[in-house]
Design a protein around this ligand. Structure first.
Ligand code: MEV
Length: 309
């Protein structure tokens, strides 16, 4: 049997903008997906997906998952007609929109295949294969999710050929709360919506994209000196920009405001948007608890975790 894992992630700055080469910042979180691969009889592959989920996620993403696994097997050079396999998915990362669930599963499967078939994949190779797998879910992913899922830590990511990835140092891990709207979102559609609006309103979008670019540099500097007040304020500003490109939602805006009202240094939607998760920066256990409880009181699930782990 081969086993491997992939980290869940949170995008702290510039999801969507990252698709167009604007730098973005993401971090692994404390939850993971575990994959196991076993050789079996017969032909082809099967999957047993036992990850916890936002209701409806797995069913909704079933076609994407099938496409993704075919792509992973092709990229890894495995012919399941010769060597049929069973794939198992588990771990404590929820199968949900906005936490990098698809990327974490792709990295985990690539690693499990490497172990099972003695392929000796480096992290770089795992990342390449996970990127191929992500195409099954996103169409044309920027690569930020699979990079965070594969390498972990806090990363600065700029899409390109090749993409530029730099690990950022955080003085110590920082508490965050991720609020789940419970809505299964379609990242492909969200990305396509931005593309269409950007083409229709180039002047408006160019201005917003320039602001996002400037914000990324400021956020990086603030993170590097551990100035969490400024990081929070910049997250708030980033949320405004994401609202302007129309990828937020009523539930996301509600949770963002709730987190700020309960003491978060800053809050924003995270990931593809139109549902999924938001993230609140809540340094210290006390404010983290307070924000999480406020969300739960309103009927939303809150994930208590850290960045820079
Ligand atoms: C999704 O987690 C992040 C997006 O920026 C898409 C991508 O980067 O591929 C919305």
């Amino acid at each position: 049997m081969g086993e491997g894992s992939g980290y869940g992630k949170v995008i702290l700055f510039n999801e969507h903008f990252v698709v167009y080469g604007i730098p973005a910042i993401a971090s692994a979180i404390g939850s993971k997906t575990i994959a196991r691969v076993d050789k079996t009889e017969g032909t082809g592959w099967t999957i047993k997906d036992e990850r916890p989920e936002t209701p409806g996620y797995k069913k909704n993403k079933m076609d994407h998952q099938n496409d993704s696994i075919e792509r992973i097997l092709k990229a890894a050079g495995i012919d399941v007609n010769q060597t049929p396999i069973n794939i198992y998915l588990g771990g404590d990362l929820k199968a949900a929109s906005g936490v990098g669930a698809s990327a974490a599963s792709c990295a985990a499967i690539a690693r499990a295949l490497s172990v099972q078939f003695n392929l000796g994949f480096s992290d770089e190779r795992v990342n390449e294969i996970a990127y191929e797998g992500e195409k099954g879910y996103h169409g044309t992913p920027s690569g930020i999710d699979n990079t965070a899922a594969t390498f972990g830590g806090l990363i600065w990511f700029k899409r390109g050929d090749p993409s530029f990835i730099k690990r950022l140092a955080l003085k110590q891990p920082v508490e965050i709360v991720m609020g789940n709207t419970g809505v299964v979102a379609n990242t492909k559609a969200a990305v396509a919506g931005v593309k269409e609006r950007k083409e229709n309103e180039p002047e408006k979008y160019d201005k917003i994209f320039d602001e996002a670019k400037e914000l990324a540099q400021k956020a990086r500097s603030a993170l590097e000196v551990h100035d969490l007040q400024t990081v929070g304020q910049l997250m708030n500003k980033n949320h405004e920009l994401l609202q302007q490109i129309e990828v937020s939602s009523q539930d996301l805006d509600f949770l963002v405001k709730l987190a700020r009202d309960n003491g978060a240094h800053g809050a924003k939607m995270t990931g593809g948007g139109l549902g999924g998760y938001m993230v609140a920066l809540t340094p210290g256990k006390e404010v983290q608890e307070k924000v999480a409880q406020a969300m739960e009181k309103e009927g939303f699930e809150a994930l208590i975790t850290k960045i820079g782990v």
